[in-house]
Structure formats: C-alpha cells, structure tokens
Write a protein that binds this ligand. Sequence first.
Ligand SMILES: [Zn+2]
Ligand SMILES: [Zn+2]
Length: 358
Amino acid sequence: MSQTMQAVICHGPRDYRLEEIPVPVPGPGEALVQVEAVGICASDLKCYYGAAKFWGDETRPAWAETEVIPGHEFAGKIAQIDDEGAARWGVEVGDRVVSEQIVPCWKCRYCERGLYHMCKPHDMYGFKRRTPGAMAKYMIYPVDALVYKISKKLPPAHAAFTEPLSCSLHAVERAGITFDDVVVVAGCGPIGLGMVIGARSKNPAHVIALDLVPEKLELAKECGADIVVDIADEDAEKVVMDLTDGYGADVYLEGTGHPSAVTQGLSLLRKLGRYVEYGVFGSDATVDWSIISDDKELDVLGAHLGPHCWPAAIRMLESGELPMDKICSHQLPLADFQKGLDLVAGGTESVKVSLIPS
Ligand SMILES: [Zn+2]
Ligand SMILES: [Zn+2]
C-alpha cells in the first residue's frame, strides 16, 4: 500500500484542493477503508460556498471546520482491520461496507435513549476534523461508527446511495403513513425520490410527486409515484383537491428546502394532516401559523439523518428493483471534484453525482 493518497481538503469556502496526504493509520478496533464511491449532496455545497455566499444569509457560518476531508455518503472495501473491529461489526478484509454518516458518542442523553442521530457532539464524517470524510482514497471507520455490509454486486455509486436513501426513509417513517393515505412528495432530487420509494413501499392510496423538471418527474414514476405534477404548468392544489373530494392530502413530505414548498404543503394538506420537513433552508420561510393551529390542527414534524433506516435502505438497494442507474446520474474521478460540485449546484442536469476515488 502506498503511504500517501490523494484527498480533497476543505480549506474554507470555495477553497477545496486536491492534495497528497498520508494514508491514515487505523487505531485499535478501527477499520481502514478503501473508498469506492462518495456522493455529493446539497450540504456539501453549503460548506463549499460558505453559508453567506450560497444561501444569501450573511449571519450564518459555513458548517464545516477547515482542513477537513469532505464526504459523508460513501461505500468502500475494508483494507485493514483487527480482530476487535472485525468481531464488533461482523466483517473482514475485502468486505464492502457503508457507515452511517454520524459517529455517535454513545454517552450523551440522546445516544443513551437510542436517539443517536441527535447525538450532542454530532460528529459527522466530512464536517469535523475528528471524523474525516470520504473524498479520499482511504478513510477510517472509528470504533463508535455504525457499520453495515452491503453487496459487492452493486455498482459503488449505488452502494453509496444508502445514506441519502436512509434519510428519505426516516422522513417517511416520521409521517406514519397508513394504507388509505394520499401522500405528496415535494421535490424529486435524491431525497425526494427516496421519499417516493419509501412512501410507495408503505403502499398508501396515492403517492404524488411534485417537481419542475420533467425528466425528474419521469424518474419519480419509476420510483413508485402514481401521479406526478409539473408545478411549472400544473396547479398541484387543484390536482390534490380533485383527487380527495376537496379534503386535501393526508401527508406532505418536503424535500426541497425552498420556502414556497412550505406554504404549498400547508395548503395541500387536509385538516389533521401530517407535514414532514427534511429540507435544509437558505432563507426563512414565512407562513400563516394559524393554518397549523385553528384552521387545520396539523402535525408538523422535522426529520434529520436516517436513524434505524440503514438496514431497510440496504435491502431496497440490494433488491435491484430501484432505477439506480438513472438516480446515480454522474460518476466522476476524484480529481474532478470541482466539476462534481458545479453539477450539483446546477441542479437540473444531475440527480446524484458521485466521485470515484480509485
Ligand atoms: Zn448528504
Ligand atoms: Zn451522543
């Protein structure tokens, strides 16, 4: 094994550099993992541009620490592990493994109660120096990581999609979908498409997908949406009201992070409906809160990360039934990380962009 490797290093907003750095050395119980694929997501962009530049909000700091290797959605092969690590995770050298994006402390109040996705120190790969991410040839899975084997038959980028899919599935779980529900999903990016997949697997009466890009709506159909609405030239509210005798949708899953999708959700929902927010917003969303209270008595729920959803996401990916070749639309070498970030920033052309380090 070479003693140095290529890695992308975040030095600050708009200052990511490809550098030659030492291959990390695993400590006791840790795994050295050769990265096979790492996805780029909106939160990577937020770090890349810095909060002020990308989101137009001067008061928000960028998320990440500097001198960090980005990348929190990845799959790789175990290159080195000791008996302790192998026994803990039930893995061996050569296995393909994914790790949940958060490395919990297992000591805080949340971790003690199984709510590890809210872990107080909140060490996520790619955002903290303590947990370097996957935009490198190798990375370390620390002792406290949640690690799962995943089939080597999947293309690497598909295996790395476990992370965004688990996030979508968690949002779906939060909604408590029942068989007779009419479910609306706002946004058909990676998170929205995963919500469509998850909502469909609960088999409700209808899964309705909303977006502005016709190709993404087509993809939403392949993911299980039975109705798609191009909100550029169709009235989503009319479609939903016609379908529900004027009552409105039972569930609204928001995966765009756009303020207009919030007001849209509140007007599409029936009384006593459930709203789940997964989007990360660049600006404040202003709504009439009395819709939530005395008009509709809504349940408004947040969702973050994909706790307890990774095994299900892996099963879905390994089933081979998802249109993953279309969802994983772009794979680039690590050296083209800038092109990858630009593709994601462009929004409409790509769905999931991944970097392939080796
Ligand atoms: Zn992400
Ligand atoms: Zn914790």
